[in-house]
Design a protein around this ligand. Structure first.
Ligand code: DAH
Length: 340
């Protein structure tokens, strides 16, 4: 009996094959559910006790040899046949299409804004989301106890009240001025945080783009012209108005409205029947802010503006609810596939 098994081991070791069919026949013969090994294992109970050990070991050797043979032969055959006969079929055939993801609408709009301002010489700058009081408030002409601090409900970091989540990207203005000499032309896109209840129109996390332009003899007319250019490029609209407003960091300050028109029912709805839409805040950088950032206000002047990206994306793509940006529902996101 043992000799028979040893013979079989010899057979296994010398076996070779050139096709998967041959290997399969071999596998069934030795390892199949009615194969040689099955029989041998069944035989095991009839083997006298003193021979059981050797018998068992030999069958196992046979089993291992057969299994290894099948694996190595399969690998060899597959490798050869890919080259020669194309087991995988026609390799020039178009494959299953791979689904591409889409850019998030916030990224799309952010990139569009950057592109428009890049064309007129603005660079892109960024600052930290975790800010200190100086850059988010004090340097922007919002000293402690200034009532305008309440305009933006702030998330403070509990253990250190000097540290907070920035409430606007205006903080990057200050950082940029501290580290760069005029002329300055920069826009700063980024995420901002406010301690607000979430609703269809407000979210505690959203995105802004801040703009800053500092040079000699910069006037309000320069600001208006830049904004007009932006609205034309971004929205294809060529009428804007600047409504007097208040921001601590600019003087004078204004709110920018664009004339959206009253052609469709949607136009009526989104402009509340006025045809006008507010899209950003702006103004001439307050001399105090320049001073705080070590820029001489007697020599330089400049303008700044800030806008919310969600707001603009909602306008451009008719998105009714700000929460949709953060749900990451593929059915929403995949609608932006065609936009780059
Ligand atoms: N920081 C303001 C906000 O979050 C937006 C803003 C208004 C930025 C006027 C400016 C500006 O630079 O001049 O509401």
């Amino acid at each position: 009996m043992l000799d028979k098994i040893k013979e079989l081991i010899g057979e296994v070791n010398t076996f070779s094959a050139t096709s998967l069919d041959e290997i399969e026949t071999f596998r069934i013969k030795f390892l199949g559910s009615k194969g040689i090994l099955k029989e041998l294992f069944a035989e095991f109970k009839n083997v006298p006790n003193d021979q059981k050990k050797e018998f068992g070991q030999t069958i196992n050797t046979l089993k291992q040899a057969a299994e290894e043979k099948v694996t190595t032969l399969k690998e060899e055959v597959l490798e050869n046949s890919v080259e020669e006969k194309g087991v995988y079929g026609d390799l020039s055939r178009p494959s299953e299409p791979i689904e591409l993801g889409s850019r998030h609408p916030i990224s799309i709009v952010k990139n569009q804004i950057i592109e428009v301002f890049n064309r007129i010489g603005f660079t892109v700058s960024e600052g930290p989301e975790i800010e200190d009081d100086w850059h988010n408030f004090t340097a922007l002409n919002l000293p402690e106890y200034h009532p305008a601090r309440d305009m933006q409900d702030t998330f403070f970091i509990e253990k250190n009240p000097d540290t907070l989540l920035r409430t606007h990207t205006s903080s990057v203005q200050v950082r940029y001025m501290e580290n760069n000499e005029p002329p300055i032309r920069t826009i700063s896109p980024g995420r901002v945080f406010r301690n607000e209840d979430i609703s269809a129109r407000a979210h505690c996390i959203f995105h802004q783009v801040e703009g800053l332009y500092i040079d000699t003899d910069v006037s309000f007319a320069d600001l208006k012209q830049t904004l007009l250019y932006f609205t034309k490029e971004m929205f294809g609209k060529s009428k804007i108005r600047l409504r007097p407003s208040y921001f601590p960091f600019t003087e004078p300050s204004a709110e920018v409205d664009i004339y959206w028109g009253l052609e469709t029912e949607t136009d009526y709805r989104i402009t509340k029947g006025t045809g006008w839409l507010e899209i950003m805040g702006c103004g001439m950088v307050d001399p105090n802010v320049l001073k705080n950032a070590n820029i001489d206000p007697t020599k330089y002047s400049g303008y700044a503006f800030g806008m919310g990206i969600e707001r603009i994306a909602m306008l451009l793509y008719q998105i009714p609810d700000i929460r949709m940006f953060y749900e990451n529902d593929v059915r929403f996101l995949e609608q932006f596939k065609s936009v780059l």
